[in-house]
Design a protein. Sequence first.
Length: 69
Amino acid sequence: MAQVTKGTMIGELLMIDENVAPILLEIGMHCLGCPSSQMETIEEAAMVHGIDPDALVGKINDFLASREQ
């Protein structure tokens, strides 16, 4: 099962499953195509957007787990 951590880069996350993009857009991360966002960690992105990084990682991992069933 694919899982991510707070240290996973946004670019890597989108390569794992591009369908996670709506979760990121939901938190206000509308610059997914921006080269600098690709090199940002999930934790950094969450903090910039005022989101708890652990909650975001949990939400992403729940989504990834649901896609594998």
